[in-house]
Design a binder for this molecule. Sequence first.
Ligand SMILES: [Zn+2]
Length: 700
Amino acid sequence: MNNPKRYTITTALPYTNGPIHIGHLAGVYVPADIYVRYLRNKGKDVAFVGGSDEHGVPITIKAKKEGVTPQDVVDKYHGIIKKSFEDFGISYDNYSRTSAPIHHQTASEFFTKLYEKGEFIEKVESQLYDEEANQFLADRFVLGTCPKCGDENSYGDQCEKCGTSHNATDLINPKSAITGNVPTVKETKHWFLPLDKHEAFLKEWILEGHKDDWKPNVYGQVKSWIDDGLRPRAVTRDLDWGIPVPLKDAEGKVLYVWFDAPIGYISSTKEWAEANGKDWEPYWKDKDTKLVHFIGKDNIVFHCIIFPAMLKAHGDYIMPDNVPANEFLNLEGNKLSTSKNWAVWLHEYLEDFPDKQDVLRYALTANAPETKDNDFTWKDFQARNNNELVAIFGNFINRVVVLTNKYYNGEVPTPGSLSELDEDVLSQVREFPNIISRSMERYRFREALGEMMNLARLGNKYLADEEPWKLVKTDEERTKTIMYVALQISAALSVLSEPFLPFSATKLKGILKLESSSVVIERSQDGVDMSGLIWEDVENKEELIAPGHVIGKAELLFAKIEDAEIQAQIDKLEATKLANAAEAKVVEPQKETIGFEDFTKLDIRTGTIIEAEKMPKAKKLLVLKVDTGIDVRTIVSGIAESYKPEDIIGQKVSVLVNLAPRKLRGVESEGMILMTDTKDGKLSFIAPSEENVANGEFVS
Ligand SMILES: [Zn+2]
């Protein structure tokens, strides 16, 4: 869509059964915020709305487990999530929640409108029922084998292994998630949205209309859904937590969470409009509005098929112009997991790295999972900070500010005539707003960020080539011109970096004594001409910061992150890994029964290690001399990763002495030391618990 009148930008509603982590930030919230800040910098009319998704089965399961009400659960996590967004500068115009009265009302009205238009199919059908819990089982209340891929831990609504969405009654060997009982089957009435009825529309709108501008991963997933054939989808549930179905014969039923959640975008816009004396309707109903949903890849079907079908059935709403869904971010090579605590939680990050929100925003954008799953590693995070933010961006700004203060008491100098290089550098600077815009408009934020950093590189190189700190001794006039040019680049960076690094950009504007970005927003909305710089100024203005303007003192924009800080984070993850391994430890089943005579064939004796050394070129092996009471013999043992040779001299051991000798790396081993595993994956000796046991005693 070219030149829309206004923008409505939404972000996936985070589900309030836990805090949020870097995967959420990288996939949805940072890209959306970059886009919105960019639009505001360009003076566009934007409604940036989000909120917490507070209904559905997992919240009720969590409440039951913790012995609290579902409202307690959502109150707690809504607070934590909302604060994380504020802390990381996600600049919502409104952040709401689906338990808010305005949302209940909006979703009820939406359902009623579709009901009255005859857009639903009413069906009585058999559903799984837990007799003990007195409850119908749908969605996450039931576990079983996936009919498509055979995974044994599929949920009633979706298989996390293969991503297939299905009905609970499709599961093989279903079990109640509440009691573990095998469910019975009971009849119940529900309302279905016939997705098949909207198939032709969806085909034309997406498969034909958005072939070229939607991301291939999104388009591909939608196409495969449509090619599979669309079926009616129940939009109500037998549950007591949610928005009551607004019909007389629907007692004990609520709207399906995936029916009400996306309507949350509309309610949040309404809430914002009411609080600001605006009309919400153009933001959702005017065809000159560009609607964009930022989501993760697990939500594609809901935002590209189900929600559009709902909007179409309603009839008054516009369709999204784009749904730039991202792939997933992994952490140190493994899938992020809330239940396994394999994550970097945002609130914990800020405890360890206070005031470094921009560093995380930067690292996540530079490595964003835009076209494929990507990996976050702490080493990469450190390198991005130290080698890019500190060494390029920070270093450039620091030099400019320090030298301007040193040479001119902070006053922007009057330039002499510009050299060819100066002219060339300044004309390159004027091209950056367009270069970055082109990437932004295609939702390629990683690329856009790279271009912004190229502007910092340009400044850094200009100073390194011109060396004003040397020239100042011989040519004061030329030095003034160089510093003037460098200050123009600094001012340009303070504008163009704002979408990506909002905290640092504000700090930089403070140092340069330029108007802050909030002024820019005011100017854009009211059309008042203020002195704050906006995106187009960098392109059009001859001068961004004028001679005579006095800047402030130098402050570090970015600080180096030391190895020890990174190691602490890696250690934290290692500890999580060990804890998970201990929890997942499976006790092997008992082996086949043997007779007593089989056991007596084993000659196990007590012994003492009297010498130990490393086997050359073998990571795991130690060569031991063991006094078995019978003799002193050589035993090669695979314990080098658990014990140092010098620590085990004198160690009492149990030895299987009549094991046939075998050669290990050329050394003949005459027996075996008995060992077992510890919880943290090391080996431990099986030895007599008393010291006064002689060598050569039978172990029996
Ligand atoms: Zn499956």
